[in-house]
Design a protein around this ligand. Structure first.
Ligand SMILES: NC(=O)c1ccc[n+]([C@@H]2O[C@H](COP(=O)([O-])OP(=O)(O)OC[C@H]3O[C@@H](n4cnc5c(N)ncnc54)[C@H](OP(=O)(O)O)[C@@H]3O)[C@@H](O)[C@H]2O)c1
Length: 257
């Protein structure tokens, strides 16, 4: 057993959607520092370019503009990624949230949250499937990592009806895709993060970080290394036999149900 290669991702080409900020950027940095070639993509090209330049100091990172809120936007990103060659790791991280009383959860809100958090993840997996299968072998599967949430496991206190529903759907879709894609040597897993610092979490952490830390068994919020570590595990040979798993990375919050 060679422990140097067991956790290696240096032969990987990785696409991280929403990779210019928050959890996506933590995962992208882990892969870049691990020697992988990384592509990050989201709507704000200035943020994408700035993050690709920052990560470029540690290795190879390309930035692409993409709006994944439609099927066409997902297809356009898949086509653009082709210029770098086939990927063997897809991280479906881009997501949005919305918290408001039931009366304000209109059809438009549900559509916006589910289109991005669930449907885009499906379309990206669909469009990248050929690449992933082509790069995979039984010993070295390709991998899809979906970012779910602890809020798709427990019932959150905040009124995030569409968001928490979307994350439960991400977890179930992960298992469905794992079963579908296993014969192509593609593993599919979901990370269910607890609280991590990000644009999405900024207001919540500003107001409640102390309370959140006290309510978390490990008494802290997540750090970039926590997120990079689990992604690297799932994309390396060490994770080759894991598929269809929903993995809480939450300081133990899932034990408090
Ligand atoms: N932070 C947490 O505590 C936490 C906990 C559980 C789960 N999560 C999940 O982690 C993932 C990342 O969220 P985050 O917390 O890191 O928040 P974030 O910093 O706001 O990241 C969200 C990312 O998604 C991108 N994005 C949003 N709409 C998009 C679209 N239509 N097309 C393409 N990209 C789009 C954003 O970039 P642009 O604005 O440039 O498009 C941004 O890079 C989400 O799936 C979220 O649900 C986060």
């Amino acid at each position: 057993m060679d422990l140097n290669s067991l956790f290696s991702v240096s032969d990987r080409r990785v696409l991280v959607t929403g990779g210019a900020s928050g959890i996506g950027s933590m995962i992208a940095e882990g892969f870049v520092r691990g020697g992988a070639e990384v592509i990050i993509a989201s709507r704000k090209i200035s943020a994408v370019e700035a993050e690709a330049e920052r990560l470029g100091a540690f290795g190879t990172c390309h930035g692409l503009q993409a709006d994944l809120s439609t099927e066409e936007g997902c297809r356009a990103l898949a086509e653009q990624v082709g210029q770098f060659g086939p990927i063997s790791v897809l991280v479906n991280n881009a997501g949005a949230t919305w918290g408001a009383p039931m009366d304000q959860h209109t059809h438009d809100v549900w559509n916006r949250i589910l289109d991005l958090n669930v449907e885009a993840l499906f379309h990206m997996s669909r469009f990248m499937r050929g690449d992933l299968a082509g790069m995979a072998s039984r010993e070295r599967p390709s991998t899809i990592i979906n970012i779910g949430s602890i809020d798709g496991i427990r019932v959150p206190d905040m009124q995030t009806y569409a968001y928490s529903t979307s994350k439960a759907a991400v977890h179930h879709l992960t298992r469905r895709l794992a079963k579908e894609l296993a014969p192509s040597n593609i593993t599919v897993n979901a990370i269910a993060p607890g609280p991590f610092p990000s644009r999405m979490m900024a207001a919540t952490l500003n107001a409640f970080q102390d309370a959140i830390e006290q309510a978390t068994p490990l008494r802290r919020i997540g750090a970039p290394e926590d997120m990079a570590g689990i992604a690297i595990l799932l994309a390396s040979t060490a994770g080759a036999y894991i598929t269809g798993a929903i993995i809480p990375v939450d300081g133990g919050l899932a034990t408090c149900l």
